[in-house]
Design a protein around this ligand. Structure first.
Ligand SMILES: Cc1cc2nc3c(=O)[nH]c(=O)nc-3n(C[C@H](O)[C@H](O)[C@H](O)COP(=O)(O)O)c2cc1C
Length: 343
């Protein structure tokens, strides 16, 4: 079975990609993932705040990052050291991990930059390219909690970041996104126009719980469930017919069936973190082989034949479709659970 696919201009043997996470923060983890069957690997993120903190410590002033709350820096370990050759510890160790990982495996290694503002951090894209990254994933996580910026300003910022990064490198750029836009389809189109080669749908957010004993917010990460795939999958099926950029399905992949569903919706690749942490790096091959088996059973000759089979076709109004799906689901639920009558 030909499972090959193209993602942001890279040719991959199959669509199972290890997304950024605990297994992609060491050379051993990356090597295990490649051996375990991942067709490409996204390194864990280098955060804007880490770069900013190092620079602020070194220069004792902040000029480039003037629109981000300094409190955010306290989440990262303090890095007071500047190395003799003028490179910072965190960035240097990220670039070292990247070049060693590229050396160690024969699948593409994609670097990840995670930030929210326009600033000097985007210039690190060039260093990542020089260190051998096959591509760059930009994780833009910007949630204006002060209620000041307009929706359009938020979108403009995303596009400006993508444009700035695209201008500084020649390797392909993917953007990992939040679904929380008023008109996500338009945002996707604008990011494509800004130069994004791929869209990763979606980023996962880790809002804190509240600890009732300590009466404090309690940050923490929980692994995804297959249900988390529904929103990104629906958007992939909606965008597929109009989007020339690659689409990565990210979130909620825990079985080969979840992979198949993303592919039928129109994903070029399917990313997974939680399932690889829970089941081990070899689970990538389990997903790949399960996809292969399903495609054979269903009579497809290749992955390409199956991709997008359930994407929205041109004759369907995507806005009506979303609304009809919602209404139909609620009507079915009402029939199933009946109406309440008091005894
Ligand atoms: C422990 C952990 C660490 C993560 N670190 C990163 C990161 O550094 N950068 C990033 O973009 N996403 C990170 N993610 C998010 C994953 O890449 C992925 O988008 C998310 O987990 C959804 O995929 P899943 O349902 O397969 O877990 C992390 C996720 C987990 C669980």
């Amino acid at each position: 079975m030909d499972l090959s696919t193209s993602y942001m201009g890279l040719t991959l043997a199959h669509p199972i990609v290890a997304s950024a996470g605990p297994l992609t923060q060491s050379v051993d983890g990356v090597t295990a993932l490649a051996r375990g069957g991942a067709a490409a690997i996204v390194l864990h993120s280098l955060f804007e705040e880490q770069i900013r903190q190092e620079r602020a410590t070194a220069l004792e002033l902040e000029v480039e990052f003037d629109d981000i709350n300094a409190e955010g820096l306290s989440y990262f370990p303090s890095v007071p050291t500047r190395l003799p050759n003028d490179e910072d510890v965190t960035t240097r160790s990220y670039l070292s991990l990247l070049s060693k990982a590229v050396e160690a495996v024969d699948v593409p290694v994609i670097a990840s930059l995670n930030g929210a503002t326009m600033g000097g951090w985007t210039t690190f894209a060039k260093k990542m390219e020089d260190a051998g990254a096959a591509g760059l994933e930009l994780n833009i996580y910007y949630v204006p909690g002060d209620g000041v910026p307009t929706g359009v300003e938020v979108e403009d910022r995303h596009c400006a970041i993508v444009e700035a990064v695209k201008q500084s490198i020649t390797i392909p750029v993917a953007v990992k996104l939040s679904p929380y836009f008023s008109s996500f389809g338009q945002v996707a189109r604008r990011l494509g126009d800004a130069g994004a080669d791929a869209l990763v749908l979606f980023n996962r957010f880790y809002q804190p719980d509240i600890d009732l004993e300590t009466m404090e917010a309690a940050p923490g990460i929980e692994f995804s469930t297959p249900f988390d795939a529904r929103l990104p999958r629906t958007w992939i099926s909606t965008l597929r017919r109009t989007t020339k950029e690659s689409l990565a399905g990210s979130s909620g992949v825990h079985s080969a069936a979840d992979v198949v569903k993303y592919i039928l919706a129109g994903a070029d690749v399917v990313m997974t973190t939680s399932a690889l942490v829970e089941n081990g790096p070899g689970f990538a091959a389990v997903l790949r082989d399960g996809l292969d088996a399903w495609l054979s059973r269903a009579g497809f000759a290749s992955l390409a034949e199956a991709r997008g089979k359930l994407a929205l076709s041109d004759d369907i109004d995507a806005t009506d479709y979303q609304r009809q799906g919602y209404v139909a689901a609620l009507q079915r639920a009402k029939q199933m659970y009946g109406s309440f009558t008091a005894n």
